[in-house]
Design a protein around this ligand. Structure first.
Ligand SMILES: [Zn+2]
Length: 409
């Protein structure tokens, strides 16, 4: 797909195929009066001033701001049912301990694959409207081989059908199924689920909920070593509910990412910095659960690359909006708008192993970009709860427009 996007008032993008970190976390290239030329779904040229003559489809940004398409590196967007009762209980002041996951497991087990696709489709299209062009989605509401594979096949179908780039993660170790013993379930994951998931190519990563009341450090290590041996990348839901040493384990295993980290220790931060593990921070969860904000400044100071995601799920973070996450990061976590934008583009891409393909606007990368109805990228977290996305381009195609005009493609 070819496209020329011109009339860009401000283009703001990180550069490169490695995540930004430390003092460079917020490093952006900002170009005025810019254009982006797309050939075959990839960026051919980013320039300023007079745009090249072009016979193909065009999009006039009319002076608006352009950034890379946002990348959401952590969601549970495929599920059935809802947990509004849990939301209401929380609103009455009751404390969340994670038991609600099994409510969703029940609903997902009862739903056929096509139903999971039908339910997730509008959620993902809303995420696209809010500027996300790449979304990681985890399994983990099946907790049997058949139901986990059903979830992963639903993610594959959604990726084939929608303009979004989807990255599937196997999260069989999300909770413990009530019908089998803990030991037998872990053995089932190691001996059956992981080999099948890796063999069919239905997942790119394996993730474990390593936390108080969930998988222990030893259990997580066993599962993740099996996953790595099978060829899957390694991710960890780490130290969200309490400190258990999960970030230290992420460093030990050189995990691609450790996620949540609300209760991470200084030694865990240092282990991650040493291993180059990306911190995926999910302030939507802290907001909903009334937990401490993720320690973005400590992680940045230690040189850990920081990414941001929604953790979109029906329980602890029914948040599909990355722009809202950016607002929380700026107003509550001490991140600058530039650091937050990098966290939701290039660094998020690194957290899902795609920094060579998405997350920045430069020649060779996939042509994923957002035209924001704003004078500067700094307004994206500023207009809280509003959708400034005016056009979203995914793989060189206009995937969504807020108000089509006669000059549009
Ligand atoms: Zn999660």
């Amino acid at each position: 797909m070819d496209l020329l996007v011109y009339g860009i008032g401000e283009l703001a993008t990180p550069i490169g195929q490695e995540p930004n970190r430390g003092a460079g976390q917020g490093e952006l290239t900002v170009v005025r009066d810019a254009y982006v030329l797309v050939r075959d779904g990839r960026i051919a040229e980013v320039g300023a001033g007079r745009w090249p003559r072009f016979a193909g489809p065009t999009l006039d940004a009319e002076g608006r701001t352009v950034t890379p398409g946002l990348v959401d590196p952590h969601t549970h967007a495929v599920f059935a049912g809802n947990r509004v009762q849990e939301f209401l209980a929380r609103a009455r002041g009751e404390k969340y301990t994670g038991g609600g996951i099994l409510t969703t497991v029940q609903a997902v087990r009862e739903a056929p694959e096509g139903e999971l696709v039908r339910l997730a489709r509008p959620r993902l299209l809303r995420m696209l409207e809010l500027g996300a062009t790449t979304v990681e989605i985890k399994s983990g509401y099946g907790l049997t081989t058949a139901d986990e594979l059903k979830m992963l096949r639903a993610i594959r179908r959604l990726g084939e059908e929608l303009p979004l780039t989807l990255v599937p993660t196997f999260l069989g170790a999300h909770a413990f199924p009530p019908e089998v013993s803990r030991e037998n379930y872990i053995r089932l994951m190691v001996e059956e689920m992981i080999p099948v998931v890796a063999g069919t190519g239905l997942a790119r990563f394996c993730d474990v909920f390593c936390d108080q009341g969930f998988y222990t450090i030893e259990e997580a290590r066993t599962i993740l070593l099996a996953a790595r041996a099978a060829g899957l990348g390694v991710k960890i839901h780490a130290d969200e509910l309490a400190w258990v040493g999960a970030a230290e384990l992420a460093g030990e295993l050189s995990a691609t990412s450790a996620e949540h980290l609300l209760h991470v220790s200084q030694s865990g931060i240092e282990a991650m910095a040493h291993a180059g593990t990306v911190a995926v921070l999910l302030p939507g969860t802290a907001f909903v659960l009334d937990e401490p904000w993720p320690p973005a400044r400590d992680l940045i100071a230690a040189g850990v690359p920081v990414a941001l995601g929604t953790d979109f799920n029906p329980g602890s973070s029914p948040v599909a909006s990355l722009p809202l996450i950016l607002a929380l990061a700026v107003l509550r976590m001490g991140m600058s708008p530039a650091e937050a934008l990098v966290a939701a583009t290039l660094n998020a891409a690194a957290a899902i192993g795609l920094a060579d393909r998405v997350g920045s606007l430069e020649p060779g990368k996939q042509a994923d970009l957002v035209v924001w109805d704003a004078e500067s990228y700094e307004e994206i977290p500023y207009w809280i709860g509003q959708n400034l996305a005016w056009a979203v381009v995914a793989r060189g195609r206009v995937g969504w427009r807020s108000s089509p005009t006669p000059s549009s493609t």
